[in-house]
Design a protein around this ligand. Structure first.
Ligand SMILES: Cc1cc2nc3c(=O)[nH]c(=O)nc-3n(C[C@H](O)[C@H](O)[C@H](O)COP(=O)(O)O)c2cc1C
Length: 335
């Protein structure tokens, strides 16, 4: 695997360049150009791909695991699930029925997606494909407009399609309580030098999208100053500005449940993008076990809370963040 720089050029994909008459390995590799556009915690992109015939294997890249923020690897597996979902959406667009197999968590490979030359029995909505290249996480204050009914209905339908439960929290009292947990989580995380160092690293290499100089300043501030109260106040306002908070939960915990959560979340993020709804994951509450339990109790979550995000309407469209090009994360193939 080559070491290359982060780039935004990966977002420009000409779908007409799909090698319709080419070998299946080239077709699978083309599908992966969409997989790497998936969201991931800190934009760490903790994935490694391999293509063998019509099989795409997705493994965790441990060197990009966020050890301080994500000690139990929940966010790592959710991020892999987002890449799996992108793979499936693109595969369906190019005429395949993607079959997802989840491996034993002890195995190095996490998931295999087999591209069957068949019609999917239950195809994903067609508008998800365009959203693969337009989706971006919004970090803005939302304007408070309530979610439109069609958008809410489409998002809630994801629950039945994936087996992961979505709660949409719109009650102002509950939202305030979530904002308080968020603020407490921010204070605790920012009080931890290892967490700040880790975040500073990803900001410093520009993964979160700022220009080089701003990124370096951001890294220095995060690494050396106590920014907990400022972060808590900012994030609590962000939560309050959202008309809805989405929480995904699963019956059991562990890597497979978390990969499935990632698939459900990415389906939600793509649908939301199609509906003009902005999405913003906020993970700090779930990164602390005591606060994760409190969140589950507060919302009477039917299972284990896995992922939390704001939903709403933003005045400005979010900008794309960069990615490592496909050849950096794909074993042994020329792209
Ligand atoms: C599991 C997971 C956790 C995330 N947690 C946060 C978070 O706590 N705060 C935040 O601002 N963004 C969070 N994000 C969003 C990422 O920062 C974002 O996906 C990444 O920077 C890539 O940018 P993009 O989504 O615009 O392509 C999270 C994303 C995932 C998949």
């Amino acid at each position: 695997m080559q070491a290359t720089s982060l780039t935004r050029s990966v977002w420009e994909i000409d779908a007409d360049a799909f090698p319709t008459d080419g070998p299946i390995e080239d077709q699978a590799t083309f599908v992966l150009r969409y997989a790497i556009l998936a969201p991931s915690s800190h934009n760490a992109q903790p994935w490694a791909f391999d293509v063998d015939g019509n099989e795409i294997t997705i493994a965790a890249e441990e060197s990009r695991w966020l050890e301080a923020a994500d000690p139990d690897k929940r966010e790592l597996y959710i991020s892999l699930g987002c890449a799996v979902e992108n793979c499936c959406v693109a595969a369906e667009q190019f005429g395949f029925d993607p079959e997802v197999e989840y491996h034993d968590p002890a195995s190095a490979d996490v998931v295999t997606v087999t591209l069957e030359a068949d019609e999917p029995a239950d195809p994903r909505p067609a508008d998800l494909f365009d959203a693969l290249t337009t989706r971006a996480t919004s970090h803005e204050l939302f304007d408070g407009r309530p979610l439109e009914d069609t958008a809410r209905e489409r998002l809630e339908a994801v629950e039945t399609a994936t087996g992961v439960t979505l709660q949409v929290v719109e009650d102002p009292v509950l939202k305030t309580a979530v904002a308080e947990l968020q603020a407490e989580a921010d204070r605790r995380q920012m009080d931890d030098p290892a967490y700040r160092r880790d975040l500073g690293h990803w900001v410093g290499i520009g993964a979160l999208g700022s220009s080089w100089l701003l990124a370096r300043i951001g890294q220095a501030v995060l690494t050396h100053l106590d920014v907990g109260d400022r972060e808590a106040a900012k994030n609590s306002k962000l939560v309050q500005s959202a008309p809805a908070i989405g929480v995904l939960s699963t019956d059991s915990d562990g890597p497979v449940a978390q990969v499935r959560t990632g698939q459900a979340f990415e389906r939600i993020a793509l649908l939301a993008d199609s509906e003009g709804v902005a999405v913003h994951p906020m993970s700090q509450t779930l990164e602390r076990q005591a606060l994760r339990t409190q969140l589950g109790d507060l919302l009477d979550t039917p299972g284990v809370p896995q992922h939390l995000f704001r939903l709403g309407y933003a005045d400005e469209a979010a900008e794309h963040t960069p990615r490592w090009p496909l050849e950096t994360v794909l074993a042994d193939r020329v792209v």
